[in-house]
Ligand binder design. Structure first.
Ligand code: NAG
Ligand code: NAG
Ligand code: NAG
Ligand code: NAG
Ligand code: NAG
Ligand code: NAG
Ligand code: NAG
Ligand code: NAG
Ligand code: NAG
Length: 532
């Protein structure tokens, strides 16, 4: 054993690595390379994981000063890659999974028990010690994935300020920017995971979503992103906003990559009771549902028009133009052409009461105070134990934590003011969410028209699935033109189309998203402005 280690220290790196500072690996364009492409290249000895990590680190160095997509890289990533290369070399058939040796990036609110920090973008938790890897990280490492680094995000998952002048800002990460548009708002809060994947700083990434935080940045980066049903993926070890709504999910260049990642991270975890609800019949193989355009056959889809395609309530950072509506209408015609049945409209009743966020905000602010204190109680090497400590930290470090992008503390203070799960305001709001989102919302509409899934568009369209705790997927739909009617500076901004369904029906979402992707290949049409 010792001899092998000594020999390896002499030869392994030199035989496995190539010291040239290349941003691409021969015949592989890392901008577009998918997990499946990389796995094939690894399998045929065309590349090594060591080389792959090295190239990704070079690419990060090259663009991060401009885009601010990454907060930290993993100092052990090259060593871990060498070990995984060695394992593959020792026995070609010992491949742990389709993720063996694949470098991934992780949102900064997902705990890694290694040299990296887990901070939600804030200086408050810098240097704190997490008790263990988050469950999703444990699962990724077990199947051979390499955690390449932590991505920037809207600080505290955008749960600090009511004045979100721009998404993707954090004190540690700075102002993160879209790879597609000069100074483009990447949306949030999983901003860096989206930017990094879109410009090929990793094969794919993990994000988290409370309401829109995976699907919106994925949409703005011409990526596929899925927020799974709350409880399909464990939140243990994830800096929370709300246990009722938070969900960890994959963001990737293709539906297939997202399906592979979802397969790897889902599962029951005793540390997150929501995962105990996982339906016994949930599939553990999601790629079986990827049928190409055939996937549209026998699918019954409903178009949620009211409050989504028209009479849409925008907020400052939402983007919604007539041309988006036009491309969605064209997309719906295309789905019909491929054999989908379309119910149009299939509206959600009371969607204004969902979109106005009244009951949702009560649930989020009440749960944040409780959930963050449970998370903090498990940390070592920090004096921050309560939400009040966080507020105090920010007030003591105003020059770091208050900027034009994070001008106030309103949501932290509103959360600090809440009185816990016994307050009738909270229990009523939670019941209202489930009624509006499920029994009068998604379930009602799907039942009424006997549908498999619903179609929506727009950055603000995630709230129905959010309060229902149901899954939602975004798949690329188009790019704003000069005539977008909102602002010329947005020209080139990608946008997606959303599908939502019932609890545990990720299979349906992946199937229709794959069918749409294969019918259109929207992502392949445009290279990001900052492409390297
Ligand atoms: C984590 O933060 C500490 C500062 O507390 C820093 O010294 C260390 O380099 C950080 N880790 C990484 C991987 O950047
Ligand atoms: C899960 O639920 C059980 C039973 O209600 C409870 O005892 C336990 O503390 C819960 N675990 C977590 C991690 O919340
Ligand atoms: C999942 O199913 C597909 C199609 O049936 C199959 O090709 C693939 O090997 C399966 N994946 C795993 C991990 O078993
Ligand atoms: C939008 O709502 C207003 C009233 O709030 C109504 O007058 C108008 O007709 C609606 N627009 C559409 C396209 O339905
Ligand atoms: C928002 O929805 C609530 C019900 O959840 C309703 O009582 C309230 O009037 C609505 N507010 C606005 C501003 O539309
Ligand atoms: C939001 O912050 C900006 C920059 O500090 C400020 O100009 C603006 O007035 C704020 N808006 C609100 C609604 O507080
Ligand atoms: C929190 O409560 C204090 C004291 O009642 C009040 O002054 C403050 O406005 C409240 N803050 C928010 C954001 O609700
Ligand atoms: C909440 O209510 C339950 C049951 O009514 C009670 O046992 C519990 O002590 C209450 N918790 C708080 C924090 O008041
Ligand atoms: C367009 O966006 C730019 C950059 O954000 C801004 O300065 C300008 O005021 C906007 N123009 C309009 C018409 O909104």
């Amino acid at each position: 054993m010792l001899i092998i280690i000594i020999l390896c220290s002499l030869f392994c790196h030199s035989s496995l690595s190539d010291d040239s500072k290349e941003l691409t690996i021969k015949d592989i364009d890392l901008l577009t390379a998918t997990i499946t492409d990389l796995q094939q290249a690894l399998h045929s000895n065309q590349i090594t994981s060591y080389n792959l990590v090295k190239s990704y680190l070079e690419r990060i160095k090259k663009v991060n000063n401009e885009l601010h997509a990454i907060i930290e890289t993993n100092p052990d990533a090259l060593d871990q890659a060498s070990k995984l290369d060695q394992e593959r070399n020792d026995n070609k058939d010992a491949k742990r999974s389709p993720l063996h040796g694949i470098p991934l990036l992780i949102k900064d609110n997902i705990a890694t028990d290694d040299k990296m920090n887990t901070t939600s973008g804030s200086f408050a938790l810098l240097g704190s010690k997490v008790p263990r890897d988050a469950d999703v990280i444990y699962r990724l490492r077990k199947v051979g994935a390499i955690i390449l680094g932590k991505t920037s995000m809207s600080e505290w998952s955008a749960s600090r300020t009511t004045n979100q002048t721009r998404e993707g800002w954090s004190a540690r990460g700075g102002v993160s920017k879209s790879a597609y548009v000069e100074n483009g708002d990447p949306c949030g809060s999983s901003s860096g995971s989206a930017i990094a994947t879109s410009i090929g700083l990793c094969a794919a990434a993990l994000g988290t979503e409370t309401d829109g935080s995976i699907v919106c940045p994925s949409s703005r980066a011409s990526l596929v992103g899925i927020k799974p049903t709350v409880g399909l993926t464990s939140r243990a070890g994830v800096i929370p906003v709300s246990h009722s709504q938070d969900s960890v999910g994959p963001m990737g260049k293709t539906v297939r990559d997202v399906a592979l990642l979802l397969e790897a991270i889902q599962g029951i975890d005793p540390r997150d009771n929501a995962t105990l609800n996982i339906d016994a019949v949930r599939p553990n193989n999601y790629t079986q549902f990827l049928l190409g355009t055939e996937g549209f056959k026998n699918m019954r889809l409903g178009v949620v028009r009211y409050g989504v395609f028209y009479n849409y309530t925008t907020s400052e950072s939402d983007i919604m133009s007539e041309e988006q509506i036009q491309s969605a209408n064209d997309a719906i015609e295309l789905m019909k052409h491929y054999g989908a049945y379309i119910e149009d409209p299939a509206n959600i009743q009371n969607i204004e009461n969902i979109n106005n966020g009244t009951s949702e905000s009560v649930v989020l602010k009440t749960e944040f105070k409780q959930d963050i204190e449970v998370y903090l109680s498990k940390l070592q090497n920090t004096n921050i134990k309560t939400l009040a400590d966080l507020i105090q930290f920010n007030n003591d470090n105003k020059q770091l934590e208050f900027t034009e992008y994070m001008p106030d503390h309103n949501l932290f203070e509103a959360s600090e003011n809440t009185t816990g799960y016994n307050s009738s305001k909270y229990t009523e709001a939670l019941a209202t969410n489930l009624r509006l989102g499920r029994t009068e919302g998604i379930d009602y509409t799907l039942d009424k028209y006997n549908l498999d899934a619903l179609i929506m568009i727009g950055d603000g369209a995630s709230s129905t699935a959010a309060i229902a705790q149901y899954p939602i997927i975004s798949v690329p739909l188009g790019y704003l033109t000069e005539n977008n009617g909102i602002n010329k500076t947005l020209t080139g901004t990608p946008y997606g189309i959303l599908f939502i369904s019932r609890a545990w029906r990720e299979d349906i979402l992946l199937r229709v998203a794959h069918a749409f992707e294969q019918a259109t290949h929207v992502r392949d049409r445009v290279r990001p402005k900052y492409a390297i």
